[in-house]
Design a protein around this ligand. Structure first.
Ligand SMILES: Cc1cc2nc3c(=O)[nH]c(=O)nc-3n(C[C@H](O)[C@H](O)[C@H](O)COP(=O)(O)O)c2cc1C
Length: 368
């Protein structure tokens, strides 16, 4: 793909990204070599793995693919800050892409780290993962960064219960952008052969990421986008261009990808960007900005969807596969094998919408 497809360019806090698909802090950004690979793999910009004053000592095992998602018990970077400063950040900068440097966690740690990484950073991304749900220490960390450096400071939020409140408080305190969400947890997965947890952390707990958390990430981004004016970078379960489009509609100006890049390698950025571009072209959107926040705007204008009647059947698309008939909780759908038609009983149909969501051929649609 031409990495400079015009309608994929985005500008966030004065930084020009060739497309809105970035790696997230994690294994796909764990050192200079993986960041170089992300740049070659079509990423629109780079985000580096969170570092702290001391290297992390992660438990082992600390990653597992599970059905519908991914568990991890990694912490922050296991590389010392000196190695990042001497080697890894320079490799990232040499790609020519904007570099967002991940830092954690407390105000005191940020005060120490921010000036050290400033020469390599176009922006900072502060993780709040181990800071907790209290707003005060999160704001303190932001203030420490703002006082220490002159580049934009992006605040990376976990799926905190009070995310709108935190987002607003961060905007008020001068955050330049929000990044959300970090992985969700703690969660548990069990190896059935040993009976032990999949993760080697103290309790065996891990943090959930990937496809499973996409609806949670979308809700968090949407909630924050309704409350703040600063840009939001959406993270969580993005694995293709349509996921990215959804995240943009929820209110994100760009997206970050972690689990999909872990599972499929660094070419995912280019593929997701290409798929997003196809989605935009197919729907006559001229730019990414046109869809950013579309759902927020529509909900303000006309409110949530509402269906008064049963779904419409499009027999040009329907192949009478029976998926809708099998899963209709009301027994309202029947295939008529004589007439080769799909019949919906208007009395029984409750307009729940399940059949529409299950029909991947779009043979069913709801009036809204
Ligand atoms: C193995 C692993 C390590 C991660 N390390 C970090 C990290 O160091 N800093 C951070 O802010 N987020 C970290 N994350 C969270 C991701 O950046 C991302 O927010 C989360 O995984 C959701 O995105 P995804 O569904 O695309 O993976 C990590 C995630 C995984 C799976």
């Amino acid at each position: 793909m031409d990495n400079a497809v015009a309608n994929l360019k985005v500008n966030i806090c004065g930084l020009e990204f060739r497309n809105p698909i970035l790696p997230a802090a994690g294994p796909p950004s764990k050192d200079g070599a993986t960041l170089e690979a992300a740049a070659k793999g079509g990423a629109g910009g780079l985000v580096t793995k969170t570092i702290s004053v001391e290297p992390a000592q992660a438990p082992h095992p600390n990653m597992a693919e599970i059905r519908g998602g991914f568990l991890n018990a990694e912490l922050w970077s296991e590389l010392p800050k000196e190695q990042w400063i001497e080697t890894e950040y320079k490799l990232a900068r040499a790609t020519g892409l904007p570099v967002i440097v991940g830092l954690g966690y407390t105000a005191e740690q940020i005060r120490e780290l921010a000036p050290l990484v400033r020469p390599f950073a176009d922006a900072l991304e502060l993780s709040t993962h181990y800071v907790g749900n209290n707003i005060a220490p999160i704001i303190d960390a932001l203030r420490a960064a703002k006082e220490a450096v002159d580049v934009p400071v992006f605040m990376k939020l976990s799926p905190h219960a009070n995310i709108q409140e935190i987002a607003l408080a961060l905007e008020d305190a001068g955050a330049d952008a929000l990044v959300m969400i970090n992985s969700f947890g703690p969660c548990l997965g069990i190896d059935l052969e040993t009976g032990l947890p999949l993760m080697g952390s103290k309790d065996g707990f891990g943090w959930l990421s990937g496809v499973a958390i996409k609806p949670l990430a979308l809700r968090c981004v949407y909630d924050a986008a309704r409350a703040v004016r600063i840009p939001i970078l959406g993270v969580g379960g993005i694995s293709n261009g349509r996921d990215a489009a959804e995240m943009l509609m929820a209110g994100a100006s760009a997206v970050q990808v972690c689990t999909e890049a872990i599972l499929r390698g660094p070419t995912v950025y280019e593929r997701i960007a290409r798929e997003l571009n196809t989605f935009l072209d197919d729907h006559d959107y001229a730019s990414v900005d046109e869809i950013t926040g579309r759902t927020v705007r529509l909900m303000r204008l006309r409110g949530a969807p509402h269906s008064d009647g049963p779904p419409q059947v499009n027999m040009e698309r329907c192949v009478l596969c029976g998926t809708c008939e099998r899963s209709c909780p009301y027994g309202a759908i029947h295939r008529d094998n004589d007439t080769k038609a799909l019949k919906i009983d208007e009395e029984l149909c409750s307009h729940c919408g399940l059949c529409v969501s299950r029909c991947k051929l779009r043979g069913l649609s709801m009036e809204q």
